[in-house]
Design a binder for this molecule. Structure first.
Ligand code: SAH
Ligand code: SF4
Ligand code: F3S
Length: 469
């Protein structure tokens, strides 16, 4: 596409996109902005000046879902204020709540003009056209435009790319979705229903997008997927390529300095990917590998299809290949039927693994999942108590991990000016935030930084020597 073709054809309109949920939604929100850019939409951070508001929603837990409806209430007021001034505002709900609840959203919140799921983003400009047509109708006839189909065509092949300056303005690190959907059906989880079956993007498409990002100035790419290590995109010869092999192909892109990926499933952590961690310096030694529970009984009920011992053996194998691997995980407390002993087993696996960071959640019953039909739901107070105990343990592990870095010299990708004047900030290989005194000239390259202290969620460093970018 030439620049002429991507020039806005009409006067600029403003779009405010609010993103909930996981990194894939962050990626998708940018792609929606990219899809709207040729139609004259420029992003704004202020809903009050928006001609179009898109809520990119998350359905993973009840609380996440409910946020959408309270936000819609707030938007209705803003819309009223805009109309009083002679302006207007269209409202769309995208993402996983849209996919899961579709028409229900339009019924519950008539203020919504369009509702569309994650597989329909390339059709957004067309949907907007249709929704605009509805605006002239009498309120009693007006219907929201709803698109929650899983289309045959490849969404990614139809989504336009961002211009270089837009890409770079989003940061030196970028997300790149390589795999979407999930076939695993863990009994607590909505993702297989909201994102559909597991699909991997073709290798050439991934490499193209990665080259485009690096060409715009991006230094670090995080490959995304609900089960990113189940990636099996096809190469030009039609052969499936795993994530390990994809990492080797990406490593050949000159100017790409760091590669990460998330989220991984223990059952898809194959030898080729582990070998990539041993052999590829650009593949960062940080792995988000959720186990959810340390109790075999609960793991079975969750349909995770592995045991605690198998997880620990896998961690051993990974650490043999990459001894400094920092681990991260997700945990659910209070899954139906979880006893005190089951919960103790979870604390045990956390102690045995040793996490650099971990996310933990109270089990939330999700309509339509097998877990919703299980008896023996756990009382809220018990969940709360378990969550606190688990988080205390994880916080201690995170603090210990940060403290263990003091005195080491780590390569830090400097990404931005710091919170304090005269400071800059970036990330260590282990994804820790690092702050140090230094000039903004340091931004955009990896520098050797001596770690001299820790603060609550970050490391404090001192610049050693510059390494050629
Ligand atoms: N594909 C990833 C997880 C994606 S969902 C994996 O298999 O590990 C992100 C996290 O949300 C999960 O790891 C889980 O810890 C949490 N989660 C998912 N469904 C949940 C539910 N119903 N209640 C509480 N937490 C949930
Ligand atoms: Fe959800 Fe399980 Fe799929 Fe992860 S692997 S997205 S937890 S169903
Ligand atoms: Fe939420 Fe959908 Fe991501 S449910 S966690 S936004 S895949």
């Amino acid at each position: 596409m030439t620049d002429m073709e991507t020039m806005p054809r009409t006067a600029p309109k403003r779009v405010f996109i609010k993103t909930y949920g996981c990194q894939m939604n962050v990626y998708d929100s940018d792609r929606m902005a990219d899809a709207l850019a040729p139609h004259g939409y420029v992003p704004t951070q202020d809903a009050a000046e928006a001609d179009l508001v898109l809520l990119n929603t998350c359905h993973i837990r009840e609380k996440a879902s409910e946020k959408v409806f309270s936000e819609l209430g707030r938007l209705k007021e803003i819309q009223g204020e805009r109309r009083a001034m002679g302006a207007d505002m269209m409202i769309g709900v995208a993402g996983c709540v849209a996919q899961a609840e579709g028409e229900e959203i339009a019924r519950r919140a008539p203020v919504v003009d369009l509702v569309f799921g994650p597989q329909a983003y390339h059709r957004l400009p067309d949907m907007l056209e249709k929704a605009r047509g509805q605006r002239h109708m009498h309120p009693s006839l007006k219907k929201a435009v709803i698109d929650t189909d899983f289309p045959e065509e490849d969404k990614f092949a139809h989504l336009p790319a961002a211009k270089k300056d837009v890409t770079l303005a989003r940061g030196l690190t970028a997300f790149l979705t390589v795999q979407e959907g999930c076939d695993k059906f863990c009994s607590f989880c909505v993702v297989p229903y909201t994102r559909g079956a597991e699909v991997s993007r073709p290798v050439a498409q991934v490499l193209d997008e990665a080259r485009r990002l690096v060409d715009a100035g991006v230094k670090e790419i995080t490959l995304l997927g609900q089960n990113v290590n189940a990636y099996h995109g096809l190469d030009a010869a039609g052969r499936p390529v795993g994530l390990g092999q994809l990492a080797f192909l990406l490593a050949e892109i000159a100017g790409l300095e760091r590669l990460r990926y998330t989220t991984s499933h223990p059952r898809d952590m194959d030898d080729a990917l582990i070998a990539a961690h041993r052999d590829l310096p650009l593949l960062m030694p940080y792995l988000h590998l959720p186990v959810q529970s340390g109790s075999d009984r609960i793991l079975k009920a969750m349909n995770r299809k592995h045991t605690a011992a198998e997880y620990l053996a896998l961690i051993d194998k990974i650490k043999k290949a990459r001894p400094d691997m920092a681990l991260s995980g997700d945990f659910i407390v209070g899954f139906p039927g979880e006893t005190d002993q089951d919960f103790e087993d979870t604390l045990t696996i956390i102690r045995e693994t040793g996490y650099a960071s971990a996310y933990s959640f109270k089990y939330s019953t999700r309509p339509g999942t097998p877990g919703a039909n299980l008896g023996d739901q756990i009382a809220e107070a018990v969940k709360t108590e378990r969550l606190h105990r688990l988080q205390d343990l994880v916080n201690q592990q995170t603090a210990d991990f940060h403290a263990s870095c003091v005195g080491r010299t780590l390569p830090v990708l400097i990404e931005r000016v710091g919170r304090q004047p005269g400071q800059v900030g970036g990330r260590s290989p282990y994804l820790q935030a690092v702050h140090l005194d230094g000039s903004p000239d340091l931004i955009g390259a990896i520098h050797e930084v001596e770690i001299i202290g820790t603060s609550t969620n970050s490391l404090v460093g001192r610049l050693q020597q510059a390494v050629a970018a």
